[in-house]
Design a protein around this ligand. Structure first.
Ligand code: SAM
Length: 242
């Protein structure tokens, strides 16, 4: 199956020394697939799955139209991504997630909701940005509730760091938007610091820090959990200006 191929490709690439990055932003939890997730991966991958091993995406032919593209990194179980795709049929959506049950759940939900403007990778987003996303091809990159890695000794695992921001910038069209949300205040502050230092972006916040929660962002699973724990939420939106 295509996903086994994808995994083999990462291992082969690592064996060949292609990726020397040792610190990853996730720990691969194999987790069992439910029957529904397994069935969705089997039956829907050919139409909705994207493989790292196929290299650069051909954006002109990917969705059969030239609608604007939103790329979501770390969509979890895909609930909010599918809701966004359903609510915006005039856009195309590409999701990236490493957690296989989440990818299966997302595909199953997309099918149940009749969503056809969505395709997904089951792979590390860092490698997808580098190997599969053409420069200046994306209108919005969204990163909602990335793993906070709250212990200081784990901060190096946080996905948001200068190299990642530069990679996101390269994928965005000029005028494209990078939207982040987190319920972890220290992570929000670090995101803001890193984005302020990144050149070629303009903060879309009227107060030059955070933006009000945008209406088009559905409540995500992690946000819901955070709210129950009394956490705040910080949204950041930056526009690529050059
Ligand atoms: C805390 S969860 C949030 C999920 C979802 N966005 C939400 O708000 O419910 C973070 C997700 O990011 C995924 N993730 C972490 N690093 C990743 C990477 N480098 N590439 C793709 N997915 C990644 C994890 O597997 C996890 O599902």
């Amino acid at each position: 199956m295509s996903n086994d191929r994808t995994h083999k490709t990462i291992e082969q690439a690592e064996a060949e020394g292609k990726y020397i990055r040792k610190v990853r932003s996730y720990v691969k939890r194999e987790g069992r697939l439910t029957k529904g997730q397994a069935r969705a991966l089997d039956t829907l991958w050919d139409t909705m799955g994207l493989d790292h091993s196929n290299g650069m995406l051909d954006m002109a032919n990917l969705f059969g139209n030239d609608n604007p593209i939103t790329l979501e990194i770390g969509f979890g179980m895909g609930k909010s991504l599918v809701a966004m795709a359903k609510a915006a049929p005039e856009r195309n959506f590409i999701g990236i997630e490493v957690h296989r049950p989440g990818v299966g759940a997302c595909l199953a939900l997309a099918e149940a909701e009749g969503v056809t403007n969505l395709k997904v990778f089951e792979h590390d987003a860092i490698e997808i940005l580098a190997d599969c996303v053409p420069k200046q091809s994306i209108d919005t990159v969204q990163l909602f509730f990335p793993d906070p890695w709250h212990k200081a000794r784990h901060h190096k695992r946080r996905i948001v760091k200068p190299e990642f921001i530069e990679s996101v910038r390269q994928s965005l069209k000029i005028g494209g938007v990078f939207h982040m949300a987190t319920d972890w205040e220290n992570y929000a502050e670090c995101m803001l610091d890193d984005m302020r230092q990144a050149e070629h972006f303009e903060n879309m916040s009227a107060t030059q820090d955070y933006v009000p929660r945008p209406d088009n962002r559905p409540l995500t699973k992690f946000e819901n959990r955070g709210q129950k724990l009394g956490h705040g939420v910080w949204d950041l939106q930056f526009k690529r200006i050059s």
